[in-house]
Design a protein around this ligand. Structure first.
Ligand code: ADE
Length: 253
C-alpha cells in the first residue's frame, strides 16, 4: 500500500496523530525521524518538518525520494490575516505564495525565479476532501474539543475558510506587519512558515499536495501569547480530529 504523507512543523501539532497510528515504525531521513504506521486502514507516514521553508522543503524532498508517496498533506497552525479569520477557525489552502520572495528587479516581486509563477495551487480533489473534513469537525466542535478551553481562548463559533495562504521565514507578530501583508495580498486568509515550500517541491515531483491550518493567532501584537496558548492547549487535538476524520472519510486505502 502506497503511503499518504502527513506533515507538520511542530511536535505539539503532531503529538496526537502519532498516538493514533498503529504498527509504528521509525525511519531516519537525515536528521529527521519519521513515523510510519496505519490509520483507518491507510498507510501513513507522519513527518515532523521543523519550522521554516528550508526545513519543510528538505523534509518533503527526502520523503518523496524515500517513499512511494501518493500525496502530501500539511497540517498545523497559522496566523489569521483575512477579515473574519479568527482564532479556532480552519483555513484550507487553495494556493500558496511566498510573501518574502523578492528577486526584483530581475523577476517580479513574489515570483519564484525559473518557475514563472508566484502562486502554487493545491490539488483540487485533496483540497475538497480536507474542506469537508474541516466542516465536519467544526459543525460540532464540542465532540472533539474541550469547549471550556476554547472559550478561554475566545473561540466562539469556529468557521472553515478556504483561499490563499502566505508562507515566509518570519513569525508575523505585529499588527503593522499583518496589515502590510494584507495590503500587498488582499486575498490572503492566513500566514505560516512552510506550506509554499512544500507546494513547490510537490510541483517539482508531480505529487498532489494540500494543506489545512487551524488559526492559532491573528498575526498581530498578541500573536506570540495567543500562539503559545493555542499550541500547548489545543493544537494537537485539532490536528488529530481533522486528520482522523479526513482519513476515515476516504473510501480506499
Ligand atoms: N504560524 C502560526 N501563527 C503564525 C504567525 N503569526 N506567523 C507565522 N506563522 C505562524
Amino acid at each position: 500500500m502506497k503511503p499518504i504523507v502527513i506533515m507538520g512543523a511542530m511536535q505539539q501539532e503532531l503529538a496526537g496523530l502519532k498516538q493514533a497510528l498503529q504498527g509504528l515504525h521509525t525511519v531516519t531521513l537525515g536528521s529527521r525521524q519519521v513515523t510510519t504506521g496505519t490509520w483507518h486502514g491507510h498507510a501513513v507516514v507522519l513527518a515532523l518538518s521543523h519550522i521554516g521553508k528550508v526545513a519543510a522543503a528538505t523534509t518533503a524532498t527526502a520523503l518523496i525520494e524515500r517513499f512511494d508517496v501518493t500525496e502530501i498533506v500539511f497540517t498545523g497552525v497559522a496566523g489569521g490575516l483575512g477579515a473574519g479569520v479568527n482564532v479556532g477557525d480552519m483555513v484550507v489552502a487553495t494556493e500558496f505564495l511566498q510573501h518574502d520572495m523578492d528577486a526584483s528587479p530581475l523577476f517580479p516581486q513574489y515570483e519564484v525565479p525559473m518557475y514563472g509563477r508566484a502562486h502554487f495551487p493545491t490539488d483540487v480533489r485533496l483540497t475538497h476532501s480536507l474542506h469537508s473534513a474541516a466542516q465536519a469537525i467544526l459543525k460540532n466542535p464540542a465532540q472533539w474539543m474541550d469547549m471550556d478551553v476554547l472559550r478561554e481562548l475566545h473561540v466562539q463559533s469556529p468557521q472553515v475558510h478556504q483561499g490563499l495562504v502566505l508562507s515566509g521565514d518570519r513569525f508575523v507578530a505585529t499588527s503593522a506587519e499583518s496589515k502590510a501583508l494584507l495590503q500587498q495580498q488582499p486575498k490572503a486568509m492566513a500566514v505560516e512558515m512552510e506550506g509554499a515550500a512544500v507546494a513547490q517541491v510537490c510541483l517539482d515531483y508531480g505529487v498532489p499536495f494540500a494543506a489545512v491550518r487551524t488559526i492559532s493567532d491573528r498575526a498581530d501584537d498578541s500573536a506570540t501569547t495567543d500562539f503559545n496558548r493555542f499550541i500547548h492547549e489545543v493544537a494537537s487535538r485539532y490536528t488529530s480530529a481533522l486528520m482522523g476524520t479526513w482519513l476515515s472519510q476516504r473510501t480506499s486505502g
